[in-house]
Design a binder for this molecule. Sequence first.
Ligand SMILES: [Zn+2]
Length: 291
Amino acid sequence: MKPYSDFAFVEHALDRADHLRDDAQALDALRANAKTIVVDPNGFTRVDAEGQLLALEGAAPADIFLGLHEGTAWFAHALADALPNDVPSTELRSAALQWPVLASTAFAQARAIVHWHRSHIYCPKCGGELKFSRAGWQADCLRCAATQYPRTDPAVIMAVSDGEHILLGRHPSWPPHRYSTLAGFVEPGESLELTVRREVMEETGVHVVRTRYLASQPWPFPGSLMLGFVAHAEHSTPRVDGQELEDARWFSRAEIQAALANGGDLDTLKLSPPLSISRWLIEQWAKGESA
Ligand SMILES: [Zn+2]
């Protein structure tokens, strides 16, 4: 099995078996032989001596049901405290590069749903206490009876091209020569296509004229869904405000192909690691995908 798919957290997802979430008897029968991924408040989980996922055997009634794989049920358990330093552990980005895809995709699901549990202690309508139901996939207010469902924050990420070049930007905190695709959160009442145009304009002053959706990636850091686009823009000199982006540049197809041929790592241009849809979008553009 490849250490990662074209990008991480997508392939070999568990069968979420929604019908089992309401079937307490069936879930109880599955708990004894279940695998449980623990997630600490920093998003870390336990690993064995080889650095691979150490899933606990069995599941407790309060654990969150993730789904099934070949008859085995997988659960997530939210640890109240951070894993101690002497307990081997890892975080999701490292896991995505080192684990089999099934394990890292399940860990991504566990991290995302555990984050929702941790950030939804009280009802957003009345401040009452929430009680989780449906094996962890619903929260019901004990005071006003309002129902909450797990939240995902959509964000667009785009390979913007003028036909011959791709527009990449860099954040001030990144290592030298790291450039990546532009991205931004979708705002309430906004279409994905308008978000692409708005974000590219806000961050670089470049005018997008066409967009085309390609693929999505769960990005549980802590709760995003990245929606990947190719976009066609009018060629103009990018301008940045120095806050969100430190620099934005057009790179030629030859520059990108040279970087990709060298594992994404040139002295003058360092692309994001292959686990992200950002890298995949750049690769698709280099292969000729356009809006
Ligand atoms: Zn309430």
